[in-house]
Design a protein around this ligand. Structure first.
Ligand code: RIB
Ligand code: CA
Length: 316
């Protein structure tokens, strides 16, 4: 039985690799792509999702998502063009007009209707701001009981953040949305910087995949060049494959070590967007974590095996 997956994404260079993995893996049935703002504006991330759909022949529809935070009073932040490029895909020159139209429904409606049409079967993999998921929960809270599982890329638990010392980008970009998502009674598996910062892909590894692979992987190689140059500060001639960690978990959970416990998100102040887990069984005094749903935070990973699975899938 294939995993039915809705991919909620802000493409985004590492999002692109994750999307190609979901498209190509034989155990995944990619039933939808929902765009969200984050690495770029909603116009750009939606255009990029449609571009990758066209270039890679992905049948799944693209539904356009949120362009403002769950709390609309939050001031607009800028886009990390220094990471993903002005066009969100490494400045490769993505055309403005892709010649494809998004699904007529907004992303959160697409999520609700797809989950209700496939009760208990849909895995949501969310690798941008959590805004679409929060909007879907707000409109139809019952979906929390109808989703098979939720796997997200976001947060930083036992390591520093990447936007501030406290916060990781996907959570920092919409803290209220993330806290709303973590408070819902569904089971979330969280791929935070704790594991994605251990998962380095060297340029040579990508070049080898591109040499063995088809035009799809060669496009991924082209898209990734700008992002690899950004990551020179953290990885020697390579990049962090953040979003792919969440996707790999769906088909190979054994490659990750999990810790269960309620997760809350700091909203406001100097630690705005910080993710904090209260591990199950730890005794504290009364706190804001009491009685909240436990989620599975990734605290360990086998990076080489993650990379190996990516390679075998992207360039078999
Ligand atoms: O912090 C890394 C996350 O932020 C990744 O999902 C990347 O694509 C950006 O969205
Ligand atoms: Ca992303």
């Amino acid at each position: 039985m294939k995993h039915k997956v809705i991919f909620d994404t802000d493409p985004g260079v590492d999002d692109a690799m994750a999307l190609l993995f979901l498209h190509k893996h034989p155990e995944i049935d990619l039933v939808g792509i929902t765009s969200v703002f984050g690495n770029a504006s909603i116009e750009t991330t939606t255009r990029n999702a449609l571009y990758l759909k066209r270039e890679w022949g992905i049948p799944a529809p693209v539904a356009r998502g949120a362009n403002e935070t769950f709390d609309p009073s939050r001031p607009h932040a800028g886009w990390p063009t220094f990471v993903h490029g002005d066009d969100g895909l490494g400045n490769i020159g993505v055309p403005d007009d892709i010649g494809l139209e998004p699904d007529p429904r907004p992303a959160h409606r697409f999520i609700i209707e797809t989950v209700r049409a496939n009760p208990g079967e849909v895995t949501i993999v969310a690798v941008g701001r959590m805004t679409n998921l929060a909007n879907a929960l707000k409109e139809d809270p019952e979906i929390a009981g109808l989703v098979k599982q939720v796997v997200i890329m976001g947060g930083a638990f036992d390591v520093p953040g990447n936007v501030t010392p406290a916060a990781e980008a996907n959570i920092h970009g919409d803290p209220e949305a993330a806290d709303h998502v973590f408070l819902a009674p569904w089971k979330i598996v969280v791929a935070g910087l704790d594991v994605t910062h251990q998962t380095h892909m060297k340029r040579g590894f990508l070049d080898d995949m591109a040499a063995r692979g088809g035009a799809d992987v060669k496009l991924l190689q082209k898209v990734s060049d700008f992002y690899i140059k950004f990551y020179a500060h953290a990885v020697e001639d390579g990049m962090l494959v953040h979003d792919s960690c969440a996707c790999v978990y769906v088909v190979a959970p054994e490659l990750f070590e999990l810790r269960s416990g309620a997760v809350r998100v700091v909203c406001g102040g100097i630690a705005d967007g910080q993710t904090i887990q209260k591990p199950d069984g730890m005794q504290f005094g009364p706190s804001e974590w009491d009685g909240k749903p436990s989620h599975a935070v990734m605290v360990g990973v086998q990076p080489d095996k993650v990379l190996g699975l990516l390679s075998r899938t992207l360039a078999p």
